[in-house]
Design a protein around this ligand. Structure first.
Ligand SMILES: Nc1ncnc2c1ncn2[C@@H]1O[C@H](COP(=O)(O)OP(=O)(O)OP(=O)(O)O)[C@@H](O)[C@H]1O
Length: 295
């Protein structure tokens, strides 16, 4: 049976060191804990959808190395189809080397590696699975032209497109707006794309209107603890969809959890109103922020 949610995106191995303070240039310091995690926006969003029960396929590229092998195993354990997870000898699996101090501040170096080698040929090979999906989800941690092509392939087959412009590019190809059925960004991404700093709901509404003018059908701006703002061509009066009041202890990955959950509801509960899908996705993401990572 074909996957209902298809994600075209990134896999990154997180290499996390916990220290009391961040090292200065040239300095060596002792850390007190190290762990390896599975990250990357594409994979995170796909895992969230799968954990809610979606039949999923991830189209991505990892290295022909131990991190890549472990990543493939991790996707399989999460019930995700790895039929289109490529492994290349030409680059290492993408990594995020992260140092976190005791105040929770961090420094991060991302090396995208194999993620940038996902190419048009890979998409062509996966065209059947893309075109038979209910929803195709893309972000910007792979080569942007590949994300755009995936959105175009989906659109050409009448598949719903959900685009998360993360990390944001100030000079985003304007075709991304027209090929996104749902354009979902956070406050930082909204500001980079529009130049409007988003500090409250009214700012988010301004962003929403601007992005609709650029060709999006429906815009969602996620607002952290405040939930989301949604606006669409069909419903041009912006709506605030609040998140539940919870005690957040770690909001890392909240955006990915929201996008993955939304993909699940779009694919499996298409008759729900968009407001209801967003409310449910808020619930999923706000559940995540209440827990420390299980490391
Ligand atoms: N403190 C919080 N309380 C309740 N829900 C939250 C909180 N923070 C985030 N969320 C939920 O997660 C969604 C996405 O959060 P946010 O807008 O912070 O995304 P993000 O900045 O992309 O996240 P991150 O970069 O940390 O992964 C929100 O719309 C909301 O549903």
């Amino acid at each position: 049976m074909a996957a209902e949610v298809v994600v075209v995106g990134s896999c990154m191995t997180d290499l996390v060191s916990l220290t009391t303070r961040l090292p200065k240039a040239g300095e060596t310091i002792l850390g007190h804990k190290f762990f390896v995690g599975f990250g990357g926006k594409g994979a995170n969003q796909c895992v969230q959808s799968a954990r809610l029960g979606a039949k999923t396929s991830l189209i991505c590229k990892v290295g022909n190395d131990s991190f890549g092998n472990d990543y493939v195993d991790n996707l399989k354990k999460n019930g995700i189809s790895t039929a289109f997870v490529g492994q290349t000898a030409d680059a290492a699996t993408g990594t995020a080397s992260i140092i976190v101090n005791s105040e929770g501040q961090n420094v991060i170096v991302i090396v995208p590696g194999a993620n940038l080698l996902l190419n048009f040929e890979d998409l062509k090979r996966a065209s059947d699975v893309i075109c038979k999906a209910k929803v195709v989800v893309c972000q910007l941690e792979i080569t942007p032209a590949i994300s755009l092509e995936a959105l175009k392939m989906a659109r050409a087959s009448g598949v719903k497109t959900l685009f998360n412009p993360a990390p944001a590019l100030a000079d985003l190809d304007p075709q991304f707006y027209t090929y996104s059925d749902i354009f979902c960004c956070n406050e930082t991404e909204a500001e980079i794309l529009t130049g409007i700093p988003v500090g409250n709901l009214e700012d988010a509404e301004k962003v929403g209107r601007m992005l609709l003018e650029r060709g999006c059908k429906l815009v969602i701006v996620t607002l952290g603890a405040e939930g989301c703002m949604m606006i669409s061509g069909e419903e041009p009066i912006p709506k605030h969809v609040p998140a539940g009041k919870v005690r957040a202890v770690d909001t890392t990955g909240a955006g990915d959890s929201f996008v993955g959950a939304l993909a699940f509801y779009l694919a499996y509960y298409p008759k729900l109103s968009m407001e209801e899908m967003i409310r449910k996705s808020n619930c999923v993401a706000s559940e995540l922020v209440q827990h420390y990572p299980s490391k």
